[in-house]
Design a protein around this ligand. Sequence first.
Ligand code: ZN
Length: 305
Amino acid sequence: MEVNEQSRRKRVARLKKIIIFLVVFFLLLPLVICFILGIRIRELSNRIDELTALLNARLESNPAITRTLPEDETEAPLEEETSEETEETEDVPQTTQHKVYLTFDDGPSVYTDEILDVLKEYDVKATFFVVGKEDDVSKAAYKRIVDEGHTLAIHSYSHKYGEIYNSVDDYAYDLEKLESLLYEVTGTQCKYVRFPGGSSNKVSKVPMSDIIKYIHAQGMEYFDWNISASDAVNTALAPEAILANVTNGIGKYETDVILLHDTGNRKSTVDALPMIIENIRAREGYELLPIDENTELVQHLKIEE
Ligand code: ZN
């Protein structure tokens, strides 16, 4: 009898263990699955960000694409707005009126100092639409941009399309974060903005016109570009090809805003820069300037306010 009792107890104990194990297992299972799915979601959203960035880099770099949308909106106003200046151009020989703006997106990078060295050597002032970086080297780069007379301007703190373009509030959060970092580091209140992907980007979930209204409410202005060096897509692009992309576009408008990139894998942009400057300098009546309050607005998307 006792033997039976003992083995029964053993069986009950084993059964209890199995039940406890199963209960714990089924409690933990959803947690583990959630954890794995969480990681997967994060991976996929990073991938989406990367692909979106790539798509926009392509849009940024292919003027043919970026111009399809804004053509009707931009080109007419561009001509209208310059009518005051055109009057002058009629009197003065045409050659004195071309203003060219070199703009560098996405810096600071390992090449910022080299870019600044070239600009210094040629005594050219440019515009840097920067992203948010808080390391000492990047802070020194922001300072050097300002100290050497270039225009320090806002691109995006995170430059993550998936984060900034969900709502005006998300955009504003990102912009204000960068604005205050740049003010803290340089004492400069930035006034000019370039949207990641441009104002004609197809990624924003909120209408870009709402974001533009927000920008204007801050007393800020945004700039797109009308010439792209196309250095964003193909990092292996030869400096000569970058030069050709730039020079092919020059002269169509009175104001040329050239999109270049200041990122860690754009050595060819740095190498092309002296050639670009020399080419523009060799043209009579062409002036290289940093963006300021006198710069004619070059915008892909214009809105009624
Ligand atoms: Zn960018």
